[in-house]
Design a protein around this ligand. Structure first.
Ligand code: HEC
Ligand code: HEC
Length: 308
């Protein structure tokens, strides 16, 4: 069971106990009817196991595939899922690929414990003490609730082992993630119920601001470039400039409707009907998010102060 489920069940119990106190005879019947509905809802929520929660986070929100699954001529090779990515990050500080994160013992992380996996996810440190390059977005994952962190580690243990030896990383200089304000540490024991806070949590896990707060020179600036975009990304898709997603009416998405914002996430289509290019084409994943979570992200996007 995950933290969100606990939170939800507790809230439901609280609401029903409020009803008990105000119950007269007629209200009592109403109370039992409501209780039946609430119990059904609680059971449904409680049915989500940690592994299901982990799968949801990995496959709907955090999109580990993008960096850890190899690409063939027709896109991601899901038969060899998580066995190592095709993208190479070659910069002055390091040359790295997304590692084989399947439980294969020889070429993946099969020898790692769940504790080992949790440690690398939030601190970037491998069991052998060597830190991963910040290309692995562990700076964004520090915000994870303990329950969600457990869930991801548990889920990773269940994926199919695939033997695939990846080239070893090359480190040329020390590199650390830029701290993200409000995400330096776990957000707390439960996934926030407050819509904007929940949206911030999910958007951090989806590392929106990794791309959307990057200066044209590629460095990250969460203060002065928050949501401003402007960095040019190049790849097999050609070239694309990261969009301004602040609430600026002309430069950003301030004039968009909630439905248009949702469509960009779940269908990969911009306001004018244009198909969004690959770095943003996450609709295969984001379309699996619950309505509640999508609405939360949209509510959070709306709070990004206008910037041009
Ligand atoms: C933006 C790209 C990116 C995303 C998204 C990403 N990773 Fe990574 N990850 C990397 C890179 C690159 C490395 C290797 C860095 C290095 O070798 O220094 C890595 C390393 C790791 C490692 C360490 C394995 C090892 O020994 O090298 C684990 C475990 C891992 N990632 C799990 C995950 C999980 C789980 C997710 C999704 C919740 C995820 N990653 C999302 C890029 C990414
Ligand atoms: C890997 C980089 C990357 C990540 C992560 C990312 N985006 Fe984007 N996003 C882009 C790029 C690049 C574009 C522009 C695509 C284009 O013009 O074809 C874009 C476009 C958009 C647009 C459309 C804006 C417009 O004017 O058309 C919205 C809305 C958006 N992103 C929101 C988000 C949100 C919310 C998240 C996190 C849930 C997110 N993005 C995560 C790179 C990213």
């Amino acid at each position: 069971m995950n933290q969100f489920t606990y939170g939800e069940a507790a809230r439901l119990q609280y609401e029903s106990s409020t009803l008990i106190r105000s119950a007269g005879a007629g209200a009592m019947i109403y109370f039992f009817a409501v209780l039946a509905v609430l119990c059904a809802a609680a059971t449904r929520a409680a049915a989500e196991t940690p592994i299901e929660r982990g799968s949801y986070l990995v496959n709907a929100v955090m999109v580990c595939d993008g960096c850890h699954t190899p690409r063939g001529p027709s896109g991601l090779d899901m038969e060899r899922r998580f066995s190592g990515g095709s993208i190479v990050w070659d910069g002055p500080a390091y040359t790295v690929h997304g590692s084989n994160i399947t439980p294969d013992r020889d070429t993946g992380i099969g020898a790692w414990s769940e504790e080992d996996i949790k440690r690398v996810l939030i601190s970037g440190v491998r069991p052998n003490g060597v830190s991963v390059a910040p290309q692995m977005p562990y700076g964004f994952y520090r915000i994870l609730t303990p329950g969600d962190l457990d869930a991801i580690a548990a889920y990773l243990k269940t994926v199919k082992p695939v033997s695939n030896e990846m080239p070893p990383p090359v480190y040329k200089a020390a590199a650390y993630p830029v701290p993200l304000p409000g995400a330096e540490t776990s957000i707390g024991d439960a996934v926030p119920q407050d819509q904007v806070k929940r949206g911030f949590y999910l958007a951090t896990l989806a590392h929106c601001m990794e791309c959307h707060s990057r200066k044209p020179d590629g460095t990250q600036d969460f203060k002065n470039w928050w949501g401003k975009g402007g960095h040019e990304m190049k790849g097999p898709f050609g070239s694309v400039v990261v969009a301004n997603i602040s609430s600026h009416k002309e430069r950003g998405v301030g004039a968009w409707t909630d439905a248009e914002l949702k469509r960009a996430l779940t269908e990969g289509i911009s306001r004018d009907g244009r198909v969004l290019k690959l770095p943003m084409a996450r609709q295969r994943y984001f379309s699996r998010m619950t309505e509640q979570d999508l609405d939360a992200i949209v509510a959070w996007v709306r709070t990004i102060p206008p910037i041009e």
